[in-house]
Design a protein around this ligand. Structure first.
Ligand code: PEP
Ligand code: MG
Length: 325
């Protein structure tokens, strides 16, 4: 007897009026893969590789990383897997002894900044990701991009690693898609400059919200200010998606709000094409998408973009959610 979940896994996540969205999963550990598969995720939208640091202070070497990434790619095939390069620092696991105590960790040594400053470590990771791309459908994604030069430096290093592996006769995907997180306001504002240089955007709303409204994502004293539907946040999302569309690339959301079904109408309406959520949220988000009408969501989102109050914007999305599921 097929369970309801089995049946749902087969159904495409399309809105009532036929707009298809990908619902993929965020993972931190390889152990989560069986759960991801049973929840029916159409790929991994974010693999947070900083969790490899749990085993020590340094990242594992190239071949150990390649084994982990290959296992994920093979398990998820034919679905895609987006491997995010190390995002240590900030509220994350520190890379010791790379880091000294910092007065403002969120504004300091984290994400792509660490990778670019540690080219040997970055190279090991990119080579490991490329090796896995010979075993399944793999993309690479850079965290905490704040501008064009970081994207170009990342691309350069990726190219160098490809040339090396080619010389060595190691199989990899020469068309490996390279994407970036849009989670720093400067990246969202300059999305039109970044889009021509990459293959996709994934909006990291956890950080984008905190940096936009200057409210620490883990500080309860400013939690009131940390509003996913702040007008500035939704304008930045809209701007990012417009730049992506103008350049023929797709935009996903992999922050926590992607799994909040109160906001599914708003995100669909803003033009998001992929939602990457915790494995357990996959079925619920899929069901929300299948219950909504894209054109209605778009009209609501356009109205929301004219509003100046987070609660009003949340209520517009919530009303559409409640009317449909
Ligand atoms: C984000 O910032 O929204 C995100 C998905 O990345 P992380 O939570 O790992 O910073
Ligand atoms: Mg982030």
């Amino acid at each position: 007897v097929r369970s309801a979940l089995d049946a749902m896994r087969e159904v495409a996540t399309k809105t009532i009026d036929g707009r298809e969205l990908t619902v993929s999963a965020n993972i931190e550990l390889v152990d989560e893969l069986s759960l991801v598969k049973s929840c029916g995720a159409k790929g991994i939208g974010l693999y947070r590789t900083e969790f490899l640091l749990l085993n020590g202070e340094e990242m594992p070497g190239e071949s150990e990383q390649a084994d982990v990434y290959s296992r994920i790619a093979e398990t998820m095939a034919p679905h895609p897997v987006i491997i995010r390069t190390l995002d240590a620092g900030g509220d994350k696991l520190p890379v010791e002894p790379l880091t000294d105590p910092e007065p403002n960790p969120f504004l300091g040594w984290r994400g792509i900044r660490v990778s670019l400053a540690r080219p040997d470590m970055f190279r090991d990771q990119l080579r490991a990701i490329l090796r896995a791309s010979g075993k399944g459908k793999v993309s690479v994604m850079f965290p905490l991009i704040s501008g064009l030069s970081e994207v170009r430096k990342g691309r350069e290093m990726l190219k160098r690693c490809m040339d090396e592996l080619h010389e060595e006769g190691v199989p990899f995907d020469p068309k490996l898609p390279m994407g970036i997180m849009i989670e720093v306001p400067s990246a969202a504002v300059c999305a039109d400059l970044l889009a021509p240089e990459v293959d996709f955007f994934s909006i990291g709303t956890n950080d984008l919200i905190q940096y936009t409204v200057a409210a620490d994502r883990v500080n309860p004293h400013v939690a009131e200010l940390y509003r996913p539907t702040h007008p500035a946040v939704i304008r930045l999302i809209k701007r990012t998606i417009e730049a992506a569309n103008d350049n023929g690339i797709w935009t996903g959301v992999c922050g926590e709000i992607a799994g909040d079904v109160r906001l599914t109408p708003l995100l669909i309406g803003l033009g998001v094409e992929e939602l990457s959520v915790g494995p357990l949220q996959v079925p619920r988000v899929g069901q929300a998408i299948r219950s909504l009408n894209h054109v209605e969501c778009e009209e609501m989102a356009n109205l929301a973009l004219t509003k100046g109050n987070s609660q009003v914007i949340l209520d517009l999305s919530l009303d559409l959610a409640k009317a449909n599921y």
